[in-house]
Design a protein around this ligand. Structure first.
Ligand SMILES: [Mn+2]
Length: 326
């Protein structure tokens, strides 16, 4: 990875758009917002951040929704685009068409490099737990010390993508960067509170329902949440993927999937795993993708069809990895 050449390419840009993925999460926002801070304050660049979707729940305590542009994006208005935490054009949502037209795109990411590649320069490290870690490394090309604000942004990104340092993707480098960010004033308490003390009563009710609906199979578990459930509780379907982490703490569960009906007959599936089991192949067999131990896919069909497709793919994946027999 040529960090210097990425840094030099960024230095040449003047009017820069930073873009993240749909339904931006703290890693995507932490990466984009901290990069913007440095480029504006240290290098005097003109920078705008775009992502398709609002900042969710507790994340608003850290990231300002006003700084996230939802307006029309015309790629020719910018001489450089930087895409963060986003493996493919589809994940850019409504901005993907415009991004595709641009001839000077840098991609900084920790997802598997997807073909066809849309970027012209890439900084990709799939062994990195978060994109925020990569941004921290890159920022050292522009400044010697990060501000409290940037430290909090990046710490939030690392904390979210490691599920507060509980996931198998945590490395010594990840912890060492987190420690440096803490040292630079990252508001660790704010980040922890925004993760764990930010659900509304209706989300609590949805959590109760999700736990009730958990179905346990041989070495895996699924939770299916329908539009009917969401409407009954007058809540939103945001954040249901967290249940996939929670259910992994049940003894014997090595793979989990939360299937959430986002719109009628359109289901978002979040896969998680432990003990070195990989789920990205399961997700990609269903048209999605992601990390080894945290992946997702969007599937359309009736509840019954989607559920049986998911179960069949999980069983296939577990068989291939020698966890279960025929
Ligand atoms: Mn990420």
């Amino acid at each position: 990875m040529k960090i210097k050449s990425i840094a030099n390419a960024i230095k040449k840009g003047n009017k820069i758009a930073i873009l993240g993925h749909i339904s931006p999460d703290p890693d995507c926002l932490g990466s984009a917002f901290s990069l913007k801070e440095i480029l504006v304050n240290q290098l005097g660049k003109n920078v705008f951040v775009f992502a398709d979707g609002e900042i969710r729940g507790g994340d608003k305590q850290i990231f300002n929704n006003e700084e996230l542009n939802q307006c029309e994006f015309i790629s020719s208005d910018y001489d450089l685009l930087i895409v963060v935490d986003t493996p493919n054009l589809k994940r850019l949502g409504k901005f993907s068409k415009e991004v595709q037209k641009h001839k000077n795109i840098i991609k900084i990411d920790h997802h598997t490099n997807e073909e066809p590649e849309f970027a012209h320069k890439i900084m990709i490290d799939v062994s990195s737990a978060s994109t925020s870690e990569l941004i921290y490394i890159l920022l050292s090309e522009f400044t010697q010390k990060v501000s409290k604000k940037i430290a909090t942004y990046l710490y939030a990104g690392i904390s979210a993508d490691t599920n507060s340092f509980l996931n198998d993707n945590v490395t010594p480098r990840c912890m060492s960067i987190a420690s440096k960010l803490f040292d630079n004033g990252a508001d660790v308490l704010l980040v922890n509170n925004s993760h764990f003390k930010s659900i509304t009563r209706s989300q609590w009710d949805l959590t109760k329902l999700a736990y009730d609906k958990a179905e346990f199979y041989d070495k895996f578990a699924i939770i299916l949440i329908s539009q009917k459930d969401i409407k009954k509780l007058q809540t939103s379907s945001d954040g249901t993927s967290a249940f996939a982490n929670n259910i992994l703490s049940v003894e014997g569960v090595m793979v989990s999937c939360v299937i959430t009906e986002k719109n009628l007959k359109t289901f978002s599936c979040s896969f998680r795993s432990v003990y070195g089991i990989t789920v990205n192949k399961i997700a990609s067999a269903l048209g999605g993708g992601g990390h080894k131990q945290a992946s997702g896919a969007i599937i359309t069909g009736s509840i019954k069809e989607v559920k049986s497709k998911v179960i069949a793919q999980i069983k296939k994946g577990l068989k291939e990895q020698g966890v279960i027999n025929d």
